[in-house]
Design a protein. Sequence first.
Length: 139
Amino acid sequence: MPSHTTDDLLAARYGRRPRPSRPWYRRPLPLAAAVLGAVLVLAYGAWVAVWQTQGPATTVIGYDVLGDRAVELRFSVARDPGTTVQCTVHALDASSAEVGLLRVDVPAGTEREVQRTVEIRTTSRAATALVESCSQVRG
């Protein structure tokens, strides 16, 4: 008895020949899904890039651990002149747990870049201090 595949049997019964298999990029549905996915990834990347470039920029100048209950942080904020900015700064211990948090207001002024030195009270000894975020104050 000859060996027949399912496609051969169906072709003999219904008169159809099996279609040769085409690669995924030659089929309309997978191609459309791949193009749509690429467009969405590019759009998301552009949105993230634009979102991250807006708003004030910060630079940590340095910090000094003052003891078990405080750390001093020096940082600069670059913003548009006449813009009020609020920054959130925090202190972290050796295991990167937050041990202090402070909101710092930077009032509007004519300078593009301003420096601030703040003391952050901590619940235990800090190992570092960072600027978590800065945002423009509306209104």
